[in-house]
Design a protein around this ligand. Sequence first.
Ligand code: NAP
Length: 288
Amino acid sequence: MLGEGVVEYRRLGRSGERIAAIGLGTWRIGGGMAADYSMDREAVEAIRYAVELGMNHIDTAEIYGGGHAEELVGEAVKVFRRDEVFITSKVWHTNLRYDDVIKACERSLRRLGTGYIDLYLIHWPNPAVPISETMKAMEKLHREGKIRYIGVSNFSVKELEEARQALSTTDVVANQVEYSLYERRVERDLIPYCSREGITVIAYSPLGKGRIAREAAEGRSARARILNEIAEKYSKTPVQVALNWVIWREEVVTIPKSIKKDHLRENAGAAGWRLGAEDYRRISEAWA
Ligand SMILES: NC(=O)c1ccc[n+]([C@@H]2O[C@H](COP(=O)([O-])OP(=O)(O)OC[C@H]3O[C@@H](n4cnc5c(N)ncnc54)[C@H](OP(=O)(O)O)[C@@H]3O)[C@@H](O)[C@H]2O)c1
């Protein structure tokens, strides 16, 4: 049932870059808002295992574990060539003034132990800081090669348009937003906009923070029974179907978090195949 990682890549924005359709999230790897060192060995092993399975898009942020998640990512990727991994990190919304963005990025680079971050995102919009000021700093980092691509997270269509207008030498390649069977709001405006404009949607919390596995296992709701039935039809697990549903549109990639090897194998096996249109529609309607 558990597929080994069949690597599937998707184009990043309108760039020539291709990133894993299923990557790895690191929220709560190395702590929540503060560092937790108790699981370091498991965390490093999990990140390495994910990369080996083909989930080489690793998502982290300066805020995760008070910086410790970035340290663990840095430690884990040491054993790979730098271009074998694609690292996304994020600047927190209280660091969006020009000088603060530059300093935050320098700190992230140090913790990650790398000369560049592949994709650097504004974690949340902050209306108190003009987006033009933040983007000036992002473009400086981009010019200097410290970040390869610029993106945003939790931006509405309007905020995304403003962010793009504030850039002069490059464009926003991605918007990271919550998207799962439980959270569908981005389907209304954001996904259609990104699809039209060639912007990648990076779906976060694609497993509803773990809820989907529990609901499917209980099998009490009608929608869970439909998910289970379709999983059986494809010889996949309900979690794999839920993730495949998230990445069904070409412009969407995702980053489920796990520190467990069997879960990582299961998540990697959610790519490399595709739900038929009728089954996709059935799940979409049952979970609306
Ligand atoms: N930009 C933002 O504002 C933002 C916000 C939230 C999250 N994110 C990013 O998105 C990533 C993913 O979102 P998330 O961590 O909130 O939630 P998620 O990926 O939907 O769910 C993670 C939870 O599911 C469990 N899990 C993973 N694979 C499983 C499997 N195959 N079977 C059963 N349980 C499984 C994990 O536990 P185990 O570790 O025990 O497997 C963990 O408890 C984050 O880690 C972070 O990188 C970004």
